[in-house]
Ligand binder design. Structure first.
Ligand SMILES: [Mn+2]
Length: 194
C-alpha cells in the first residue's frame, strides 16, 4: 500500500478547481493521476472530469491506452493536461506517461526524471513515451499541477522526513501559486522488509 498525501485548492477567488487527481490500486499495482483542465472554472472542471472518468474506467490498462481513452473523452471540451504514474510495489517499478505541464519529482537516491511531453489531451496528442524506472522501496513520488512552483524540489523541506500528508500540505503552502489551481499528490512507496 502506498502512503498518500494530497493537497489541493482552487486559484484565489475561485470556488471550483479545474484540477483533479485519482489514486487507484488494483492489488498488484497503483495508479496515480493528476489532471489539469485547461483554463479555469467550470469548463476546466468539466474537461478534467471527462479525463478522470476515462482514466478510472481504464485504470488497469497500459498507460498509453489510458491516455488515449482520456484523449477521446476530452474531445469537445477545453482539453486537459494529464500525468499518469503506475507503481508496482512488488517489482519496485515505476512507469510514467505525461502530456502537457504536469510535473513529477521523485525523491530517490536513483536519478529518476520522467518528463511530460508537450501536448493537450483532447486536442493534440504527442507520440506517447513510457518512462520506466526501478526505484528503492521507501522512495517518494510527487505529481503536481503547474499551480505548484518547481522550486519546491530544491527546498530543505524535502529532506525533513515529513510524512506524505504534511509534506503535501507544506509544498502547497510554500510553493502553491494563487493565480492557478493547485494540486500536489505525494505517494510514498512502502518499505518492504525482505
Ligand atoms: Mn494549471
Amino acid at each position: 500500500m502506498l502512503d498518500i498525501g494530497v493537497a489541493e485548492r482552487p486559484k484565489a477567488g475561485a470556488t471550483i478547481s479545474g484540477d483533479s487527481y485519482l489514486v487507484k490500486s488494483n492489488g498488484s499495482t497503483d495508479l496515480v493521476a493528476v489532471i489539469d483542465g485547461l483554463g479555469g472554472g467550470t469548463a476546466a472542471a468539466e474537461a478534467a472530469k471527462k479525463a478522470y472518468d476515462a482514466i478510472e474506467a481504464n485504470a488497469d490498462r497500459p498507460l498509453a491506452t489510458i491516455m488515449q481513452a482520456a484523449h477521446h473523452a476530452c474531445q469537445g471540451t477545453r482539453g486537459a493536461v494529464v500525468g499518469l504514474l503506475r507503481l508496482d510495489v512488488e517489482k519496485h517499478e515505476a512507469t510514467y506517461v505525461g502530456v502537457g505541464n504536469i510535473g513529477i519529482y521523485v525523491v530517490s537516491k536513483h536519478v529518476i526524471k520522467p518528463l511530460s511531453r508537450n501536448g493537450i489531451v483532447g486536442y493534440r496528442m504527442p507520440t506517447l513515451m513510457e518512462h520506466k524506472a526501478t526505484y528503492d522501496s521507501g522512495d517518494t513520488f510527487i505529481l503536481f499541477s503547474d499551480g505548484i512552483s518547481m522550486r519546491f524540489t530544491e527546498a530543505p523541506l524535502m529532506h525533513e522526513g515529513l510524512a506524505p500528508q504534511p509534506l503535501a500540505d507544506r509544498i502547497m503552502e510554500l510553493f502553491g501559486k494563487t493565480i492557478d489551481d493547485v494540486t500536489v499528490v505525494v505517494a510514498k512507496t512502502p518499505r518492504i522488509v525482505p
